[in-house]
Design a protein around this ligand. Structure first.
Ligand SMILES: NC(=O)c1ccc[n+]([C@@H]2O[C@H](COP(=O)([O-])OP(=O)(O)OC[C@H]3O[C@@H](n4cnc5c(N)ncnc54)[C@H](OP(=O)(O)O)[C@@H]3O)[C@@H](O)[C@H]2O)c1
Length: 259
């Protein structure tokens, strides 16, 4: 993929489904060339073809498992390539774990922590190398409104993304790089099906579309906001999650789908 000086490129992790696919779609619609990252190569190629056809942009695919050193290095090296600069990084790939901390295998918890914390940290570090040298760039870390509550290691990992983004937006915003933690509530994607969670635990009015979350997230990032909580109803949820006692924001546990 070759890009001309006035063209923009966005790299999106977890771009084959849900929020990542929607970030890629809206960025392509706005004229960005794409670098799409996920594990499933076939699905990546299908998405790349779809976006190239629909939006007349070029889309590159990087098949990478972002819980591994090899996968993260592949993507970090692409971000460090100053000859093909990435203007927008969306750290979005993520998973949920259905069971509680002590019931999960330690290896599962390590992969979960890596994907939500270490990997975005490494990819931000790589992206900033080129973005700061160019004096411009945009970074979106897809966190969760759970970052403001106390729901196991998922909340803890997402809280890292929020705190990091708040600081990074102050440190790098004045140098031309806007950093935003996008904090969705329950959103219709593949996320809950993949973890085998019963989606009826959340009432229907709490479910958001990926289109809305991404549209508000991109707009807040363009305005230089450090934290984006899409929709008014979840801004209220986020507010109360921050002020209520921890024991009121720590449950109920996720419920598995009944066979
Ligand atoms: N949906 C919600 O209600 C919700 C709410 C708040 C926050 N979030 C956050 O939003 C982000 C996106 O989630 P989603 O709801 O869009 O989930 P999703 O529909 O399940 O999509 C997840 C994406 O991440 C990729 N992925 C998963 N593990 C990966 C790995 N090890 N390496 C590389 N790519 C990987 C998947 O592709 P492959 O399987 O091919 O790798 C897929 O493209 C996550 O960070 C999640 O925590 C979601």
């Amino acid at each position: 993929m070759t890009t001309r000086a006035n063209e923009l490129t966005a790299l999106v992790t977890g771009a084959t489904a849900g929020l990542g696919a929607e970030f890629a779609r809206q960025l392509a619609e706005a004229g960005h060339h794409l670098v799409l990252v996920a594990r499933g190569e076939e699905r990546l190629k299908e998405k790349a073809e779809e976006f190239e056809r629909d939006f007349s942009i070029s889309a590159e695919v990087l098949a990478a498992d972002l819980t591994t050193d090899v996968g993260v290095s592949l993507v970090a090296n692409r971000l460090r390539d100053a000859a093909r600069p990435v203007d927008v990084l969306v750290n979005n790939a993520g998973i949920g774990l259905l069971k509680s901390f002590e019931q999960n295998e330690l290896e599962e918890e390590k992969r979960h922590l890596r994907l939500h914390v270490q990997t975005p940290m490494e990819l931000c570090h790589a992206a900033l190398e080129v973005m700061l040298a160019r004096g411009k760039g945009r970074i979106i870390n897809v966190a969760s409104v759970a970052a403001f509550a106390n729901r196991g290691t998922y909340s803890a990992a997402k809280a890292w993304q929020v705190t990091f983004s708040r600081w990074a937006n102050i440190a790098y915003g004045k140098l031309g790089v806007q950093v935003t933690a996008v904090c969705p509530g329950f959103t219709h994607t593949e996320f809950h099906d993949r973890m085998g969670m019963d989606k009826s635990v959340a009432p229907r009015f709490l479910w958001l579309t990926a289109e809305r979350v991404v549209r508000e997230g991109l707009a807040d990032n363009a305005e230089g906001k450090a934290v984006s909580i899409p929709t008014r109803r979840y801004k209220v949820v986020g507010f109360f999650a921050r002020i209520l006692p921890a024991k009121l924001t720590s449950g109920p546990p996720r419920r598995p789908l009944q066979p």
